[in-house]
Design a protein around this ligand. Structure first.
Ligand code: ZN
Length: 271
C-alpha cells in the first residue's frame, strides 16, 4: 500500500496484512474464530447499493478530487459514501435507489478524462471478489443491411465490441445512413473495436463500422483506454502509426438523448 504521512510529516510505512500473517505465529484467541451460520446471515437484510470502484488510469490520484468530480456529475439525491481499499480501489455506496441506478447505468463517468469502472459488491469479503475491469458505453453499429437488422444479429455484432448489455431497439437515421445503438461493457484490457465483420454464407464479408458515444481517454496508437498516444511507450508515434482516432467517436448530435455530462466533459477541468 506504500507510505502515508504521520503528524510530523514523516513517511510511515504501511504494513500489509498478508505480509504480516506470513511471518507471525498467531495463538490462542487469535485463532478462535467467530463463526456465523449461513442461515443466520441469509436472514439479514442485504447490504444495499454497494459497488467496488476503480479508475481506468495508470496515474495516481487523490480520493477527494475524485469524489468532488463524481458527485458533481451525479448530483445525487442522498450522499454517496466512498471508502478507499487500496491503491486505485475503493468502495462506494449509494443510499437511494435512484442514485444507484444513475451511477451504475448512466455512465461512462469520467475523472480527468478516465473512466470510473464499477462492479456490484455484496460486502461479504474484505476485498471485493470481482475487481472492476470494464467500461459500459453506448456504441453504434453503422449501416447494417436491412435484411440483417434483427435483434439476434445486432446482439451478435455487439458481442464483438464488448459484453452485450442491451440494444436500443430503433434504427437511427444520420446523414450517411442508419445505425443501431447498443449498450456494451468494454474490456479495459483490450483495444477498442473499430469494425465488426458480417458474412452471409457464400457471400463477401462486410465490415460494419463501430462508433462510440461518450468515451474515456484512449490511445490512438494501441487502442486501449486509459492513456493517450503521447503516454504510450516512448510517445513517439507518427500519423501512420495511429490506428485509432477521433473518427471512432460519433457526432454528439447522434448520442443517446439524456447522456449525462456530455457538455461537462468539455467545460470542466476534471470532467
Ligand atoms: Zn497505447
Amino acid at each position: 500500500m506504500g507510505e502515508s504521512s504521520n503528524a510530523t510529516g514523516e513517511k510511515a510505512k504501511v504494513y500489509e496484512v498478508d505480509e504480516l500473517l506470513k511471518n507471525l505465529k498467531l495463538h490462542g484467541e487469535e485463532l478462535n474464530e467467530v463463526i456465523l451460520g449461513q442461515e443466520e446471515v441469509r436472514r439479514w437484510p442485504a447490504v444495499k447499493w454497494l459497488a467496488a470502484g476503480k479508475i481506468l488510469t495508470g496515474k495516481p490520484y487523490s480520493m477527494q478530487p475524485l469524489k468532488n468530480t463524481l458527485m458533481a456529475a451525479w448530483s445525487p439525491a442522498q450522499d454517496v459514501t466512498f471508502h478507499e481499499l487500496g491503491t486505485n480501489l475503493f468502495v462506494l455506496q449509494a443510499h437511494y435507489l435512484g442514485d444507484w441506478k444513475r451511477i451504475m447505468e448512466d455512465g461512462p463517468w469520467l475523472f480527468r478524462g478516465c473512466a470510473l469502472m464499477t462492479e456490484p459488491f455484496d460486502g461479504a469479503t474484505i476485498m471485493p471478489k470481482i475487481i472492476p475491469s470494464g467500461v459500459e458505453v453506448w456504441a453504434q453499429i453503422h449501416r447494417i443491411p436491412p435484411l440483417f437488422r434483427k435483434k439476434e444479429v445486432i446482439e451478435q455484432l455487439a458481442q464483438r465490441v464488448g459484453k452485450f448489455l442491451a440494444a436500443d431497439g430503433v434504427a437511427v437515421q444520420t446523414r450517411t445512413g442508419v445505425f443501431h445503438r447498443v449498450r456494451v461493457k468494454l474490456d479495459s484490457s483490450k483495444p477498442l473495436t473499430r469494425f465488426v465483420p458480417l458474412t452471409l454464407e457464400g457471400s463477401e464479408r462486410m465490415f460494419l463500422q463501430v462508433q462510440y458515444e461518450k468515451l474515456p481517454k484512449y490511445c490512438e496508437h494501441c487502442g486501449l483506454m486509459g492513456h493517450t498516444y503521447l503516454e504510450c511507450g516512448t510517445g513517439e508515434h507518427g500519423e501512420d502509426e495511429r490506428q485509432f482516432g477521433p473518427w471512432m467517436i460519433s457526432e454528439e448530435m447522434y448520442w443517446k438523448p439524456g447522456t449525462p455530462g456530455v457538455r461537462a466533459r468539455f467545460t470542466t477541468r476534471d470532467g
